[in-house]
Design a protein around this ligand. Sequence first.
Ligand code: ACO
Length: 253
Amino acid sequence: AASSPSRPEAVHEIPARVPVVERPEERSSPPASVRAGTMEHPGGVTGLTPGVTAWTAESIASLPPGERRTMAALVDEAGVLSARAQALPTAITSTDRLTRDQIVYLCCDETTNPVRGPTNVLGVLKTGDKNLFIHRGGASTPIEMEPRCVLDFYVHETAQRRGIGALLFAFFLRDENKHPARLAYDRPSEKFLAFLAKHHGLVKYQNQTNNFVVFDAYFAVKPRPASAAKEAKKLFEGRGVGLAAAARAKAAA
Ligand code: ACO
């Protein structure tokens, strides 16, 4: 229940630092780039600021080599931890396999310093396009569609149920001008389904053989018009954006 006394306060802006308890066996190991079981790195990355920022393969590739390595270590570790949390055999998210249509959103805590480090990532969300065949209302003939999809979503175990997932998700919806019903969700976990029911009232869907979830509401909500020019204008109006969004805005200008 939301009123549980042991539950930490929900966050609405830049998340406060979450202490991670170090296990004794980790203390003796040589200093790794990302501490085992965490998404913390001693280095900083230009543009990877406290709060949520958006990244693409292109914006990551344009970082100076050292920062690119830091970014790759953080994103790859986030992918591994997310896969572990979902009991998946392989990571869905890694910098090497990011395609041009995909965006990775990272949520960093308030101690993150893009100039001097450290960088402490609390959560990650990855979106992308997929070509899907969906049986609408249990119809035997599927319809082909290419929805924007939520492909991966993870908040570190030490930071769950504090509103960080909601912060990431809201940033993505604003950034890509999407309605939560007009999306497909790749194999959503029980926690994610509970999240969608709680925050967006999304509950009803038909099971699909491809394991994507398209809510019944998808077909009741009109898609939002989103031209590149409109997106660029919004970006220049000073919303909190990361390098990826800035790069996209520049390309569209
Ligand atoms: N059990 C049930 N529901 C949960 C749980 C849980 N352990 N954790 C979060 N939720 C849902 C609930 O609706 C919760 O509301 P409540 O606390 O009032 O019950 C709500 O999410 C909380 O919202 P936030 O605090 O904004 O969400 P959070 O920061 O915890 O992020 C997320 C949600 C990403 C699903 C997180 O719980 C997580 O990383 N889980 C493990 C990995 C996972 O399952 N990821 C989704 C995979 S599917 C995919 O990526 C397409």
